[in-house]
Design a protein around this ligand. Structure first.
Ligand code: ADP
Ligand code: MG
Length: 486
């Protein structure tokens, strides 16, 4: 049965996401083994990581600070006193036989992430909790044809898990939510947000209900989506599968499913009945943590401006378009450059245009990061000022001065002066140039004078050529009209 638009519209999808983010700390969560991606397998594995008898974990303070920063960014409540818990299960990539996590006392509760809904309107997605835990090692099934290989470098890498309330209503909103979380962790510098490498991972809980229903439907949890696009695809697939099942009178079961990105389908992994009983209990080897209000305030002071606040400032106070504000805040380094730039110029629109235009195309063409961009914000502001003062045209700025500034030191003005690019707005000298052009092109001059306005373009071109682009076009056209009417 094909799913018609009409049937689909009868149902309301309900989605809640669980996102794991690997913290970009130097060492692991409970040992001083290096936390690095891509190292030779099983090289960052001390006795603690391997869970040898007699070893004891020791808490990495940075993990706690990173989790708190995320909590502050999401306006969550930060717990004062909290403890860790053991989550017991057997798996070859879990050498200790348990994972140290937080169960009843997560470090952050509540809060929200602000996303855009389908129509581009702001929507708050509530958070249930954010807690700290450790990653497991990695089982590799696709290198050796006969054996599963184990790499324990990842075992003990610190994670935060961000659990949303079931308030997401479409696959597009889910996509936007993951995008927003990734933006946040990158702004905060607590995770590189790389989904392909697994530093950011998402499990999606999905159900559907009839529109207007009071109770949620049966949910499934889909794992193993390693890109944002795949999160969206898997959710879309599940929504349709659920609706079709309900329409066909089939029963849905609460289960965990796996997404196959190649085939674009999900398959059952395990049912709720077969779910593990983790036998959580308080971790006896780690002391409870006490987070003071002072510590939280100190951390708050070290935080960069966040994308949402910047977006509001750019569309509000600075009166930029939502489109510009979005592009400027997508990446933290771009936003920080812009912040620096607008501390040197009040022409915000021009600042945004330069950044999104010439600067971005230079960065793209040359594969350079904005943090390595050779023109510092103060110099770029100088170029904008030169244009605003009428000393050079926009065209000349873009074609000559900007490229020259990439090559040489010095202010825009000094470079323009040295190259004799400063625009001539001295009326007498422009008048002189126009006069010469009229004399050299007598028939065009006559036709222009007798009312053939389209010749203005040709004559202006000659004036520009003769003045080597330096005649101020506004004054030149004004003077030209005055001179034929004189
Ligand atoms: P578990 O511990 O089994 O994963 P939780 O109650 O912690 O269960 O929920 C996990 C996630 O599932 C949360 O993100 C929550 O928002 C989401 N969720 C709960 N109920 C539903 C539902 N009916 N449909 C979709 N998502 C749901
Ligand atoms: Mg779950």
């Amino acid at each position: 049965m094909e799913l018609s638009e009409e049937i689909r519209n009868k149902y309301q999808p309900v989605i809640g996401l669980e996102i794991h983010a690997q913290m970009a700390t130097k060492s692991k969560a409970y040992s001083n083994d290096k936390n690095e991606y891509g190292a030779t397998p099983n090289t960052n594995v001390s006795a603690i990581t391997l869970g040898h008898p007699g070893t004891l974990p020791r808490m990495n303070k940075k993990t706690i600070e990173y989790a708190i920063k995320m909590g502050i960014a999401c306006e969550s409540d930060i717990a004062g006193k909290q403890h860790f818990a053991r989550k017991n299960y057997f798996y070859p990539d879990l050498p200790k036989g348990y994972q140290i996590t937080q169960d009843t006392t997560p470090i952050c509760t509540g809060g929200h992430v602000i996303i855009k809904d389908e129509h581009g309107h702001e929507k708050k997605i509530g958070l249930t909790r954010i807690h700290m835990e450790e990653d497991a090692g990695k089982s590799i099934h696709d290198i050796d044809p006969f054996n599963t290989l184990i790499d324990l470098n990842r075992a003990g890498v610190p994670l935060i898990e961000v659990v949303s309330e079931p308030e997401i209503r479409s696959s597009q909103e889910a996509y936007n939510y993951v995008t927003e979380i990734r933006k946040l962790v990158r702004y905060l510098d607590i995770c590189d947000g790389n989904m392909e490498e697994g530093s950011l991972r998402c499990d999606a809980n999905i159900s559907v209900m009839l529109k207007g229903a009071k109770e949620f439907g049966v949910r499934v949890e889909v794992k193993n989506m390693n890109s944002m696009r795949n999160v969206q695809r898997a959710i879309e697939y599940e929504i349709e599968r659920h609706i079709l099942a309900i329409e066909n009178g089939e029963t849905l079961y609460q289960e965990t499913r796996n997404f196959d990105a190649l085939k674009g389908v999900t398959t059952a992994m395990r049912s709720k009945e077969a779910a593990n009983d983790y036998r959580f209990f308080p971790e006896p080897d780690l002391q409870p943590i006490n987070v003071t209000k002072e510590h939280v305030d100190d951390l708050r002071r070290t935080m960069p401006p966040l994308p949402n606040a910047l977006f509001k400032k750019y569309t509000g106070e600075l009166q930029l378009s939502e489109y510009d504000a979005q592009l400027l805040t997508d990446q933290k380094d771009m936003a920080l450059y812009f912040e620096d730039l607008i501390s040197h110029t009040k022409n915000y629109k021009a600042a945004a245009n330069w950044l999104m235009g010439d600067v971005k195309s230079y960065l793209n063409t040359n594969a350079v990061l904005i943090s390595d961009f050779p023109i510092h914000p103060e110099r770029l502001a100088g170029l904008i000022q030169l244009i605003d003062e009428g000393k050079i045209s926009n065209n000349l700025a873009s074609q000559k001065v900007f490229p020259a500034m990439l090559e040489a030191e010095g202010t825009a003005e000094a470079i323009a002066q040295a190259n004799d690019w400063i625009q001539d707005s001295d009326e007498d000298s422009i008048r002189g140039v126009i006069k010469e052009v009229f004399e050299e092109n007598p028939s065009e001059y006559e036709r222009f004078k007798s009312g053939e306005k389209k010749l203005m373009g040709f004559l202006m071109g000659q004036v520009m050529k003769k003045s080597k682009g330096k005649a101020d076009p506004k004054s030149a056209s004004k003077l030209m009209n005055e001179m034929i009417n004189a």
